[in-house]
Design a protein around this ligand. Sequence first.
Ligand code: NAP
Ligand code: ZN
Length: 348
Amino acid sequence: MSIVTAYAAPREAAPLEKTVIDRRELGPHDVLIDIAFAGICHSDIHTVRGDWGPQQYPLAPGHEITGTVAAVGSEVTRHVVGDRVGVGCLVNSCGECRECVRGQEQFCRQGAVGTYGAVDRDGSITQGGYSEQVVVTEAFVLRIPDALPLDAAAPLLCAGITTYSPLRHWRVGPGTRVAVVGLGGLGHMGVQIAHALGAEVTVLSQTLSKKDDGLRLGADQYRATSDPTTFRELRSSFDVILNTVSAAVDLRSYLGLLDVDGTMVCVGAPAEPLALTVGSLIGGRRSIAGSNIGGIRETQEMLDFCAENGIVAEIEVIRAAEINTAYERVLASDVRYRFVIDASTFAE
Ligand code: NAP
Ligand code: ZN
């Protein structure tokens, strides 16, 4: 066991504090990673604030991790010391069920092990990337292509895969009319990826304050949801709506924007339930769906896709001592477009 410095919530909804956490001894298939950067995902905030149910504290969040390999276990074959690597939302799964075999570890029948706040297969509680080092079994360690800088690549490990996976699953490509709802961490990745896939992209944001950014990131159109004419004028005009909003939205208004056979995919995961009027589906054979991150194979595919297409997150690098302020700014939708913690500042 080794002890590393981390930032963790001591109890529900409390500000994060500097502390120390344990990392297990390197097993034969484990990789020890010196963390360079950790992105701040809205899920970190939902989790430590208890939005998704009770947690065990202290809890160090962070599932957008990049860094370099510091040591490898005796049987590790995929990584060597010095490799540039990443860890996303998953750190373990059974490896044997139908979903794991299909590369969809996020749906593991035995329960995929999340990077923080989850019970690992050895019974310990996982602790995330707001820390100096992490030990992860090699199959869950991704390769960061040389073309991607470690800071701006960190958010790809969650925000990138969470938007890439549904865009691929719902076959977004040239000519697909896609609306991305919410231009935050996930949304700004969704816009870039959908554009790179050849789609016609519209951003639906609360206001027009980030319009220039949205268009620069690849959107063809940018509309404000606070303006009622948006919902009238865009009626029946999308094949896919990717909803990244962290709060409850009025589904009926958004479903009306789908053309016949269109699908609204929700990746935003608010604490509150969303009310559905079935008539909004029936009227156009529309579907509503959800999507959860992506498997390890697909995450590597996404990283390679982003490297080939020059896609990274737009980031604001912060020191560890600024995490709580950053949380407040994320909650106020004041993020352009991902906070990334410089891990060299955890020990300050
Ligand atoms: P974020 O950076 O805070 O972005 C969310 C965006 O939603 C905001 O920038 C804002 O965009 C919009 N928004 C926020 N509050 C709103 C409100 N009350 N009404 C309308 N729009 C609002 O968060 P994120 O990190 O991208 O995460 C977004 C959500 O996805 C969170 O719920 C997170 O937990 C979830 N998530 C899910 C998965 C998954 O696998 N399904 C993975 C990661 C994250 P505008 O300012 O443009 O309106
Ligand atoms: Zn996340």
